[in-house]
Design a protein around this ligand. Structure first.
Ligand code: ZN
Length: 279
């Protein structure tokens, strides 16, 4: 199943996208949020027979989940990206946090922060937690705690992240609008293998990143299990699983400027198009 949230900021309605049609889920749930994911929401959607079709033409598409309690990110989880960042591949997952109020929709404007000269893109496979994950026994237990997968752009400001960071990265990751998500939350039954997805990015139509999730240093199941040993992952929380090589930090491409167009895509998870504006 593919879940969406459609409508103005803060007033999105829950929608199911199926067979090229959009179906209104408002009669089943007020929102696609942690309570919906952790409860019998999926089951009620599957069993519903009389849901009304809805015309979303011309409407804004929001992030496919309500504001998460936490947005966690994994750093340098592709060896070639670690190398272009001047680092060795990590021997244990690097974790940092993004402020949950950075989440925006897949076609919303992304703002270049005040004082920024090094705003950068990062296409990523993001995981949405569906069941509380606390001290999981093994990576094999992790997949049952995942509600679905979502296309993510972990937008980053490299000076804020590295030069004026004071030693950790969140300053460069938590700027306003720095977390486009969507268009869809795709349930695991529609993602045959989360480690076999192509992921790509473009700036102004020119290719930037082009890799596969099979190149991750630590896979999705390992990451969720590992994180659960240190923190509790709640339903609706988002975990960004790292970005592959081909970002501006490599020195191979210019950083983003106002008016630039970022596009990111993952097989089966859709495509985003965001235009850069001024904060
Ligand atoms: Zn990232």
């Amino acid at each position: 199943m593919k879940f969406m949230r459609v409508g103005p900021v803060g007033r999105e309605r829950p929608v199911l996208y199926v067979d090229g049609r959009h179906v209104d889920l408002s009669s089943l749930t007020a929102d696609i949020d942690g309570d919906f994911l952790a409860g019998d929401g999926f089951q009620r959607v599957r069993e519903a027979t009389d849901l009304p079709e809805v015309d979303v033409t011309g409407q804004r598409v929001g992030a496919p989940i309500a504001r998460p309690g936490a947005v966690l990110c994994v750093g340098q989880n592709y060896a070639a990206h670690a190398a272009e960042s001047g680092a060795e591949p990590p021997t244990t997952p690097i974790i940092f946090y993004k402020a949950p109020n950075t989440v925006v929709g897949p076609y919303d404007e992304v703002l270049i922060p005040r004082g920024s000269t090094r705003t950068d893109w990062e296409v990523e496979l993001a995981v949405v937690i569906g069941r509380r994950a606390r001290y999981l026994e093994s990576p094999a237990d992790a997949l049952a705690h995942i509600a679905g997968y979502v296309l993510s752009n972990d937008v980053s400001e490299r000076d804020f992240q590295l030069a004026v960071s004071g030693g950790q990265w969140s300053k460069g990751k938590s700027c306003e609008t720095f977390q486009p998500l969507g268009p869809w939350l795709v349930t695991p039954d529609e993602v045959d293998d989360p480690q076999a997805l192509g992921l790509r990015s473009w700036v102004n139509g020119e290719p930037r990143q082009d890799s596969r999730t099979s190149d991750m240093v630590f896979d999705v199941a390992y990451l969720v299990w590992h994180l659960s040993q240190f923190t509790v992952l709640d339903p609706g929380d988002v975990v960004n699983t790292g970005t592959p090589q081909g970002v501006a930090l490599s020195g191979r491409f210019p950083y983003l400027r106002v008016g630039d167009v970022m596009e990111v895509e993952i097989d089966g998870l859709g495509r985003q198009r965001t235009v850069l504006g001024n904060a």
